[in-house]
Design a protein around this ligand. Structure first.
Ligand code: GUN
Length: 300
């Protein structure tokens, strides 16, 4: 069997189109322009690329982008003061503080200083609690993107066995909550899981979010399963020439694609969906802030 490729790049483009058309309506009917503030502390090169892409796509969808770049040595109190100002700013509907933060900062304290209604990352303890209890919340972007692709490919997920490999607060745990919300039977597997291959082989839906390049092999996959690969790992690629690298997922793509029914590629799978869902969350936050109906198809 050769798996259907779930094209996250194309799917993300349709999400952005929905966002952009909702933004047009908000402007025309209500005179409201959704705004997203992104805060970057320090000069981490990968974070700089992400933040630039977020700002560019925010503007392309017709929204306002507010970028705040602070030096790595900024005292935590200054960052908290900036968050207070953004919380109070009516032009800002979404706030994202790019992680990781420098070592002298307490990431939990910083995230929990964000107004939960503006927490478009869905990392605030209130949003975590709301999601865990099945209430309306802001949903973390990467798991939301995975859920959108799963619903699009499979339709009703009820009763399916879902295995999430990885237990991070950003992906693994919220992904498991979302799948539980879809009435899947959910297992979270991780580095200490016994017989992890066997656990994975039971999955109708296998979500890989461990950050270990090509860890999941084809013989871990149930024939016909839907495989969502969240990993983005850069590895050496001597076959491309000296010093060259390439991106791979947490799944060994070639062998998994032989067995799976459908699979997301890396790059071009989950990655593009994450920023698209950030834009979707910003529109959702803007609608909620103004007591307006939420955009259809852009929430969990
Ligand atoms: N760093 C890597 N991924 C993310 C994310 O989804 N949100 C934030 N704020 N920082 C990140």
């Amino acid at each position: 069997m050769s798996a259907k490729i779930i094209d996250g790049k194309a799917f993300a483009a349709t999400v952005r189109e929905k966002v952009a058309s909702h933004v047009v309506r908000l402007k025309a009917d209500r005179g409201i322009t959704p705004g997203l503030a992104v805060v970057l502390v320090g000069e981490d090169p990968a974070s700089q690329v992400y933040v630039r892409n977020k700002g560019k796509q925010t503007v392309e969808c017709g929204m306002q982008s507010f970028e705040h770049k602070l030096p790595a040595e900024t005292p935590e109190a200054d960052l908290l003061a900036l968050i207070d100002r953004l919380n109070a700013d009516p032009a800002v509907h979404g706030i994202l503080v790019q992680l990781p933060l420098p070592g002298h900062m307490n990431a939990d304290a910083v995230i929990n200083a964000i107004d939960p209604a503006k927490d478009v990352d869905g990392f605030h303890i209130s949003n975590v609690g709301l999601l865990g209890t099945g209430q309306k919340s802001m949903v973390p972007c990467t798991p939301l993107g995975c859920l959108m692709m799963l619903r699009d490919h499979l339709g009703n997920l009820s009763g399916l066995n879902a295995v999430v490999v990885g237990r991070s607060n950003i992906v693994g745990k919220p992904m498991a909550q979302l799948l539980l919300g879809e009435s899947c039977t959910v297992t979270i597997a991780h580095s200490r899981t016994r017989d992890i291959e066997e656990v994975c082989r039971r999955a109708d839906i296998l979500v890989a979010a461990v950050g270990r390049p090509q860890m999941i092999k084809g013989d871990w996959v149930k024939p016909g399963a839907t495989v969502i690969d969240v990993g983005i790992n850069r590895i050496d690629a001597p076959e491309k020439g000296d010093g060259k690298t390439r991106l791979v997922g947490d799944c060994d793509y070639e062998s998994c694609a032989e067995v799976a029914g459908a699979i997301t590629p890396v790059p071009g799978g989950v990655g593009p969906m994450t920023i698209a869902c950030l834009l979707a969350n910003t529109v959702t936050a803007c609608c909620r802030a103004n007591g307006l109906p939420e955009p259809e198809g852009l929430t969990a």
